[in-house]
Design a binder for this molecule. Structure first.
Ligand code: PLP
Length: 360
């Protein structure tokens, strides 16, 4: 069986965790501080705050940016549910702008149309660089500046991705990453908030630690969203390997793009000014997707449907009256399929996958 995702954990991570355990300081401490510092340097940004996972990082980022009850926040219908749920956590209301058919990312034209057709002020925009492919940042930044909207980037799937040679996670007022094992680098569970704003940084630090700056003095509602030295020790080692992991993903993607039948599948669009880091390699099938699923199942090849139901179509969002028809996202969710792209794939695995798909 070729799995759809597999983290690459080496001896370095094992030794780093042993070192932490031998020092007995297993909760948050010096390793977390080092991981934050290394991560912000990697991105070339000013501040990073390590959290327990990507979802808590999103909640923290939105709170730190002052997004709260009844604020309107535009986001994508096509993402993992955490993106939009974090908007609900702060009591704000998500509005969905449909995606671009070629990139699966939120469409700037749809964002602008939604802003101009909504009588109330839009407070923020939460974008997702889906599958590791950067959004159209020139247009998105232009729109946020024009309408004075706070930009939050969800980079949970895009560690190391770049737009015009600038790393994603450095464009927004605040950005977030996830280190879940299916991501381009992992800590087991982990997240990061990144920002160039000192204010956001201080807010985030406080939010993840029960709203205290001074020990046992709490002036806002905070949470325990802290990470641990154990997770951070893994993250420090994984970050050293991130460019290598991404290089392998990009190499694997090129083999698929060059060899998969264009009559049968549309492969992901990569823009000239973007570095796509292929957290997922997602095909649009020009045939009934069930045929593809059946063939992959039979051949022992893992696959993923990201996502079989768009966020506005989820029962939760329907029950909350937050459904907006997003036709493109809905059609992509019916015709797309993700195939293995992780760095552990051998040449033989990739040839086998290509051969299987081209013979359907
Ligand atoms: C786009 C996106 N946002 C947020 C998250 C949440 O991250 P985590 O699973 O670490 O809480 C994920 C994780 O799957 C994700 O893919």
């Amino acid at each position: 069986m070729i799995p759809i995702a597999k983290p690459l954990i080496g001896i370095e991570e094992t030794e780093a965790v042993s070192e932490v355990l031998s020092k007995s300081q297993i909760a948050s401490g010096e390793y977390v501080v080092k991981f934050e510092d290394n991560f912000r340097r990697y991105l070339s940004c000013e501040y990073a705050v390590c959290t327990s996972n990507g979802t808590t990082a999103l909640h923290t980022a939105l709170m730190a940016a002052g997004i709260g009850p009844n604020d309107l926040v535009i986001t994508t219908p096509y993402s993992f549910i955490a993106t939009s749920n974090a908007i609900l956590y702060v009591g704000a209301k998500p509005l969905f702008a449909d995606v671009d058919r070629d990139t699966f990312n939120i469409d700037p034209n749809k964002i602008e149309a939604l802003i101009t057709s909504t009588p109330e002020k839009i407070k923020a925009l939460v974008i997702v660089h889906l599958y590791g492919n950067p959004c159209d940042m020139d247009r998105i930044q232009e729109i946020c500046n024009k309408y004075e909207i706070i930009l939050i980037e969800d980079c949970a799937q895009a560690h190391g991705a770049e737009y015009n040679h600038q790393k994603v996670g450095t464009f927004g007022l605040a950005s977030i990453f996830s280190f879940y094992p299916t991501k381009n680098m992992t800590c087991g569970e982990g997240g990061m908030v990144t920002t160039n704003s000192e204010e956001i940084y201080h807010n985030a630090k406080k939010i993840i630690n029960h709203g205290q700056e001074q020990r046992y003095i709490h002036d806002i509602i905070g949470y325990n969203y802290r990470s641990t030295n154990i997770a951070a020790a893994i993250g420090i080692e994984q970050l050293k390997k991130l460019d290598y992991f991404n290089g392998k993903r990009i190499e694997n993607a090129k083999k698929y793009i060059d060899n998969l039948s264009p009559e049968k599948y549309a492969t992901p669009l990569v823009r000239n000014n973007a570095k796509h880091v292929f957290n997922q390699f997602t095909l649009k099938c020009h045939m009934d997707r069930n045929q593809v699923i059946e063939a992959l199942d039979k051949a022992g090849i893992g696959y993923g449907l990201y996502y079989p139901k768009t966020i506005p179509e989820q029962p939760l969002y329907k029950n909350l009256g937050l459904t907006t028809p997003c036709m493109i996202a809905n059609s992509l969710s019916n015709e797309s399929i993700s195939i293995p792209i992780h760095p552990i794939l051998s040449n033989h695995d990739i040839e086998y996958i290509i051969d299987t798909l081209n013979h359907i």
